[in-house]
Design a protein around this ligand. Structure first.
Ligand code: ADP
Ligand code: MG
Length: 272
């Protein structure tokens, strides 16, 4: 309404798949970087106790003064926890191994599933905080309270699937969990898209997986497929996203394409 302050809410996307090693963290880092590169203001929330997203963005363990543990356990604000990364416009709320203790720490609390959602809402409402347009939540490889917090806080889920034989295995369980969280905790939750990762065009199996997943998930699968690319896997050990480590490599270029697809889908969702 006229006269009121219009603060646009960030779009909150969870990178989720209960399987490990499928490209959740790599996608969080590089999709986040690509979105920032095209002018979005992005916060990556590291909800994996392993802290790979934090490390891959150059935030070493000693520099993690405040972490998502403090946010979930002690109500520390996300704005205070977040650190700007080497990428302008990209921030990360880092995690530490302390996160392993959150499950037990908040299990008996009534708001245990809503802790992250409330932290994001508080950040948006706070004065003096520059608004993020995207929040990407990097989930651990399991269905635990951390993942439930991510799904409860999110508008939609981005599902990375590795192009390997067992890609589809576990997907129906993930979809079921998303439906359960939608029914019980977060009516606005949906699947944003499925991103196929580590694609190897010379491998017949990789091609077969792409066909199978497209047949099963239809238009939910992004057109962009992320190739297996050694530069992408080297980048985290330099504390940099692939897009900074080697902008021209096929992996970086694929993540830029994925970012424009994500934004295009966002426009469609908003227009609907
Ligand atoms: P998750 O977060 O789902 O456990 P990661 O993003 O950590 O998965 O990826 C698992 C491993 O695969 C990491 O060593 C990562 O560097 C590597 N990897 C991910 N995507 C690619 C890619 N496109 N090309 C090559 N290696 C990749
Ligand atoms: Mg990970």
């Amino acid at each position: 309404a006229a006269g009121s302050i219009v603060r646009s809410l960030p779009r909150v996307l969870a990178l989720a798949n209960q399987k490990g090693g499928v490209g959740k963290t790599t996608t969080a880092i590089n999709l986040g970087t690509a979105l920032a590169a095209i002018g979005e203001r992005v916060l990556i929330v590291d909800l994996d106790p392993q802290g790979n997203a934090s490390t891959g963005l150059g935030i070493d363990v000693p520099a993690r003064r405040l972490s998502t543990y403090d946010v979930l356990m002690d109500g520390v604000s996300l704005a205070e926890c977040a650190q700007e990364t080497v990428v302008p416009g990209l921030w990360v709320a880092p995690s530490t191994l302390d996160l392993l203790g959150v499950e037990l720490g908040i299990a008996a609390e009534r708001d245990r599933a809503q802790r992250l959602k409330n932290a994001i809402a508080a950040m948006v409402a706070a004065d003096g905080v520059e608004a993020f347009t995207y929040v990407l939540v990097d989930c651990p490889p399991s269905f635990n309270l951390l993942t439930i917090n991510a799904l409860t806080a999110s508008d939609a889920v981005v599902v990375p699937l590795q192009c390997e034989f067992f890609a589809l295995e576990g997907l129906s369980q993930l979809l079921k969990t998303v439906e359960q969280v939608k029914a019980a905790l977060n009516p606005r939750l949906g699947i944003h898209g499925v991103v196929l990762t580590m694609f190897d065009p010379r491998n017949n199996l990789s091609n077969q997986v792409v066909d199978d997943v497209r047949r099963y998930m239809g238009h939910k699968v992004y057109d962009t497929v992320i190739p297996r690319n050694v530069r992408v896997s080297e980048a985290p050990s330099h504390g940099k996203p692939a897009l900074l480590y080697d902008f021209k490599c096929a992996g970086s270029q694929a993540y830029l394409k994925l970012a424009s697809e994500v934004i295009a889908r966002e426009r469609m969702i908003r227009a609907a």
